[in-house]
Design a protein around this ligand. Sequence first.
Ligand code: NI
Length: 161
Amino acid sequence: MAIRNIRIMGDKVLEKKCRTVEAVTPRIRQLAEDMLETMYDAYGVGLAAPQVGILKRLVVIDVDGEHPYILINPEILETSGEVTAYEGCLSLPGKSGLVTRPEKVKVRAFDLDMNPFELEAEGLLARAVCHECDHLDGIMYTEHVEGPLRDNDYQEDEEEE
Ligand code: NI
């Protein structure tokens, strides 16, 4: 495994629509492993492939440090409820902003064996799924932010996606 360089907002790769993963090659498997390691290294709870410069529909999420998810070609099927909370992004370090997201989501994705599965998520996991899926369409959370971004350098427990 290897830690990859996280692209910072302003990098054009973060504004592009990602391509569908057609098959899990050794290269894709390596990418998923590296993304998890990169996310943990940066104390993040989610990371999307374009954040490491790869325009493929692949995201990794782990909101509690114990349940890593790898979602290939994720597609949000259903959402319900609304929650407004601060959220951040590893591609915009030290900042966060208020974003309204669904309280619950049902997402369909493929695993590393290209088997489809569905995940029902709520709370922070639902927020992370929405945030990471947005990255695959070139959307940063700043497009949804209500009010100004805040500086959170002093908050060590901030969760960044
Ligand atoms: Ni992000």
